[in-house]
Write a protein of this length. Structure first.
Length: 97
């Protein structure tokens, strides 16, 4: 990576040096988000096994991502439908003149 820097983050009590070209504050926010998801998984499944909690957190994050993608696709579809309807209306108006 060009212009990469190392950012030290803490996730579930472990320090990780992350080398990235991304803004350090952004990387810290990502780490904080992941830490929160792992801790939330620990509250719902208090097995204490960090790998299990990390997998549960990853599944949770993937679920959120997939739902957001589907929501975005649905909105894009609605916008496309409305644009097509507007195009048909304009065509009718222009043809009528």
């Amino acid at each position: 990576m060009s212009d990469s820097q190392s950012v030290s983050v803490e996730i579930f009590g472990q320090r990780y040096p992350i080398r990235s070209a991304l803004d350090a504050e952004y990387v810290s926010r990502l780490a904080s988000f992941v830490d929160g998801k792992i801790r939330a998984a620990g509250e719902s499944a208090p097995s204490g096994d960090p790998v299990r909690l990390a997998v549960l957190a990853a599944l949770n994050i993937a679920d959120e991502l997939f739902r957001q993608i589907e929501s975005s696709r649905a909105k894009d579809g609605n916008v496309a439908e409305r644009a097509e309807e507007l195009e048909r209306l304009l065509d009718r108006v222009l043809i009528a003149d």
